[in-house]
Design a protein around this ligand. Structure first.
Ligand code: TXA
Ligand code: MG
Length: 340
C-alpha cells in the first residue's frame, strides 16, 4: 500500500479519536493554516481550564473560538453586522479572526470575562474535518507555552507540550506560519488588533482605504496577550537592527567574547558594508515565505544556544507589518531575560 493510501485510511480514524477526546474534555493539538492550535471544547469550562494550565496562560486572557462555518458563528456572536458578514464572505475559511459581541451563554472563561468573543473559521483541511466532525466550537490558542514562539509543525507541539496534550494531529507544516489577523468589529469602524497572516491590503480591498483602523487604543492591553510587548519570544535573546547598525553591534558583542549569530533575508550584500565573520542564517526574501519560515528557524536556532541573535530588520512596509510586529515583540521579550 502506498504511503498516501495509508494516510487516507488513518486520517478519518484519527479525526474520530480526536473528537472522542474532545467530547471527554480533553485537549487536542491540530494544524491550522496559520499555526498549530491547542483545541478544547469551547462549551466545557473544565476543558478550557486545562488549556490555560497546559499553556500556563493567565486566566483573564481570552481565547479564539474556531467554528466550521459562518452558520456556526451564530451560536457564539450576539450580533453579526453587515460588515462582519462581508468579511466572513471574503475571508472565511481563512486567517482572519473577528471579535464580535458575545451571546450571553458564551462561557466567560473563553472571553476573559469580556462581553465579546473572537471567532474564526480556519482553512486547513484537517482543522475543518475536525470542526465538522466535532460539530461545535473549539477554543484554540496557539499550542505553545504562554509567551513562546508559536508551533508551525506538529513536532514543535510535541517538543514543547508533549505529554500534556491528549493527541497531536499532524497536518504538516503550516502554510502561513504566523497567527491570524485579528479585527475587532465592536466599534463603528473595524479595527486591526493584531496584524497577521491575512495581509492589510486584502482587508483594505474589502473595507476601503479609510474603512480600517489600526491598533488597540489602550495597547499594550493585557486583554490581547498577543499584543503585549514581549510575546512570541524565542529562548535566545534577539535584537533587530538595520544592517548599518547591526554590524557595529555585532562587533561590540564579539569583542565581549559572546557567541553571536545573524539572521537575515537572503538578499545580496554586494555594495553593502561587510559583516564580521560569524554564523549567518538566511530566511527567504519574500514576506510570505519569510513569515512561513520564521518561527521554525527561531526554534532551530535556540538549539545552538547562541548568546545573541542579531536579526536584520525587514523593510518598514505594510507587507512586512505582521513579521515586523512579531520580531519587535520577540526582541522585547528576550530583552527581559537577556544575558549580559
Ligand atoms: O492563527 C491564530 O489565530 C491561532 C490559530 C491556532 O488559530 N490562534 C492564536 O490564538 O493565535 P492565541 O490564543 O495564541 O491568540 C489569540 C488572540 C489573543 O491575543 C487574544 O487576546 C485575542 O486573540 N482575543 C481573543 N478573544 C478576544 C476578544 N474577545 N477581544 C480581543 N482579543 C481577543
Ligand atoms: Mg499565541
Amino acid at each position: 500500500m502506498t504511503r498516501k493510501a495509508k494516510r487516507g485510511l488513518s486520517a478519518p480514524f484519527l479525526i474520530n479519536q480526536a473528537v472522542d477526546r474532545l467530547r471527554a474534555g480533553g485537549v487536542v493539538a491540530f494544524p491550522t493554516e496559520t499555526v498549530y492550535g491547542l483545541g478544547a471544547d469551547a462549551r466545557n469550562e473544565t476543558a478550557i481550564k486545562r488549556v490555560f494550565e497546559v499553556k500556563r496562560r493567565p486566566a483573564d486572557h481570552p481565547l479564539i473560538v474556531h467554528v466550521a462555518d459562518e452558520a456556526q458563528a451564530e451560536d457564539w456572536a450576539a450580533e453579526i453586522s453587515e460588515t462582519a458578514r462581508r468579511l466572513m464572505a471574503h475571508f472565511w475559511p481563512g486567517p482572519l479572526t473577528l471579535v464580535l459581541p458575545a451571546r450571553g451563554d458564551v462561557p466567560r472563561a473563553i472571553t476573559g470575562g469580556q462581553d465579546s468573543v473572537a471567532l474564526r473559521v480556519p482553512s486547513h483541511p484537517v482543522a475543518l474535518a475536525l470542526l465538522n466532525a466535532f460539530d461545535g466550537g473549539l477554543a484554540a490558542p496557539s499550542a505553545n507555552r504562554f509567551g513562546a514562539v508559536s508551533p508551525t509543525e506538529a513536532w514543535h507541539v510535541r517538543a514543547s507540550l508533549g505529554g500534556q496534550v491528549d493527541l497531536v494531529l499532524d497536518g504538516g507544516p503550516c502554510r502561513y506560519g504566523l497567527e491570524s489577523t485579528i479585527v475587532s468589529l465592536l466599534d463603528e469602524r473595524p479595527r486591526v488588533l493584531r496584524p497577521g497572516a491575512l495581509p492589510l491590503a486584502a482587508l483594505r480591498q474589502v473595507l476601503g482605504e479609510e474603512g480600517v483602523e489600526y491598533g488597540d487604543p489602550s495597547a499594550p492591553s493585557p486583554r490581547v496577550p498577543g499584543t503585549l510587548p514581549g510575546h512570541y519570544a524565542p529562548v535566545t535573546p534577539l535584537e533587530v537592527h538595520a544592517l548599518e547598525n547591526l554590524i557595529p553591534r555585532a562587533e561590540a558583542l564579539l569583542a565581549q567574547g559572546l557567541r553571536v549569530a545573524v539572521l537575515r533575508g537572503n538578499r545580496s550584500l554586494r555594495g553593502k558594508p561587510t559583516l564580521p565573520p560569524l554564523p549567518q542564517f538566511l530566511l527567504p526574501t519574500r514576506p510570505e515565505e519569510y513569515a512561513r519560515c520564521l518561527y521554525g528557524r527561531l526554534r532551530e536556532l535556540d538549539r545552538f544556544a547562541f548568546d545573541r541573535l542579531l536579526v536584520e530588520a525587514p523593510p518598514d512596509e505594510d507587507v512586512w507589518w505582521a513579521v515586523n510586529d512579531r520580531l519587535t515583540r520577540a526582541s522585547a521579550g528576550s530583552r527581559r531575560e537577556a544575558r549580559p
